[in-house]
Design a protein around this ligand. Structure first.
Ligand code: SF4
Length: 127
């Protein structure tokens, strides 16, 4: 290897070491994952297609459709909240974006958290 080839390889190597970690972090941010996301969870976006499919809202007052306001598992609609739903992981509750929130076991909420005062049509009575 001559001097010119050596310096070209050195420059390419240093460039790769600088760029690759940035690309990995950018991909983690794009996916909403990574260590930083785990340290600060985000609320489910009610406008997300999967959240809309189950009528998820951060606050039940946002449910206007009377047809959805039904008794489930013997529990009146007014008494149904994420915080007393079978899928709400109370043990991991934290303050997120100004709301009490915790992970929900439903697939639409994977990697995010739902508001304690929230609700969706898959609400189920805790056993
Ligand atoms: S399944 Fe339960 S905890 Fe999850 S969003 Fe619906 S009501 Fe809330």
């Amino acid at each position: 290897m001559n001097r010119r080839t050596f310096f070209q390889s050195l420059i390419l190597g240093v460039g790769a070491l600088t760029v690759i970690p940035s690309l990995v972090k950018a991909e983690e941010r794009r996916r909403g994952g990574g260590a930083s996301a785990a340290a600060s969870p985000k609320l489910v976006d009610p406008k997300d297609a999967q959240a809309k499919a189950v009528n998820y809202v951060h606050d039940k007052k946002d449910i206007k459709d009377k047809a959805l306001q039904t008794e489930r598992g013997g529990v009146k609609y007014n008494d149904q909240h994420c915080k007393n739903c079978a899928f709400y992981t109370s043990a991991k509750e934290a303050n997120v974006e100004g709301k009490k929130a915790a992970p929900c076991q439903m697939p639409f909420a994977a990697g995010r958290v739902v508001a304690a005062e929230g609700w969706c049509t898959t609400w189920a009575k805790k056993a």
